[in-house]
Ligand binder design. Sequence first.
Ligand SMILES: NC(=O)c1ccc[n+]([C@@H]2O[C@H](COP(=O)([O-])OP(=O)(O)OC[C@H]3O[C@@H](n4cnc5c(N)ncnc54)[C@H](OP(=O)(O)O)[C@@H]3O)[C@@H](O)[C@H]2O)c1
Length: 283
Amino acid sequence: MKMLVTGATGKLGAKVVETLLKTVPASQLAVSVRNPEKAKGLKARGVEIRLGDFDRPETLDSAFAGINRLLIISTDGDNETRVRQHTNAVEAAQRAKVEFIAYTSATNAQESSLFLAVVHRATEEAIIKTGIPYSFLRNNWYLENEISNIQGAKAGHPWVTSAGSGKVGWALQQDYADAAAAVLSGSGHENTIYELGGSLLTQEELASVVGSVLGIEVPVLQVDDAKYGEIMKSADVPDFVIPILEGIQQGIRDGALEIESKDLEKLLGRPATPISEGLKSII
Ligand SMILES: NC(=O)c1ccc[n+]([C@@H]2O[C@H](COP(=O)([O-])OP(=O)(O)OC[C@H]3O[C@@H](n4cnc5c(N)ncnc54)[C@H](OP(=O)(O)O)[C@@H]3O)[C@@H](O)[C@H]2O)c1
């Protein structure tokens, strides 16, 4: 039985590999990465390092050869690039006769109004088309996404949002990583869809927990998307990122991340890390 994790030199992938190494012998574990040099620490611990660039499908044939269970971690970038990259990875998995694919998808991917969901819809469909047993790990929001807001609050700025009363299932990236490791190394996950996230909170509720952890008052400033964009611009957020952030706020406001589910704690076999604990570990 050989398992492989893609994106293992990224933040989520590195955490998945660390969790796997607690229970899986390194000899059963391989990673595929764009830059093997970045993974030399894992090599020293007995993990097989393979070159796999989703932009170069020929590298993926050797990367996935002989792999039974594969975790595809979604890449970063624009939607068009990611759909192309993920399709390359899925087609390579099929050529390599991989027996199981887990994929880090997004909340409610098939119905979501969030602009990012396009990528995850297309990838889930490509995986289903192969006929390979799958598990879709539909991750809600990383708590880590809020680090710059938290730093702003620490510096005395209000918590700026245009997400209104839309709720988000924030959870610590480590919890999503532990859940992914459980699915990749466990059994009985064939053809499953897990909606993974923590308890649903509004921006006000999260800001209040941030305030208690920091020991300060964190006022919330609700604005419209245009004003939100202006404030981000004045905070030196690059121009190309602003529509992305506005689109996320809009999606949250429309309830795109408001999916209540106990799947995360089911996969973890424990409650998700409480938000206050999670915040203490990242700030
Ligand atoms: N749910 C959420 O809140 C949320 C938030 C942000 C992102 N995400 C998604 O979750 C993914 C993992 O998050 P993260 O924090 O670990 O992001 P990250 O640190 O940016 O990791 C992205 C990984 O994708 C790899 N990658 C990029 N292009 C590739 C290519 N052409 N071929 C092979 N691998 C490629 C990167 O490789 P290198 O190590 O070589 O750079 C990296 O390992 C992101 O990529 C994104 O799809 C979700």
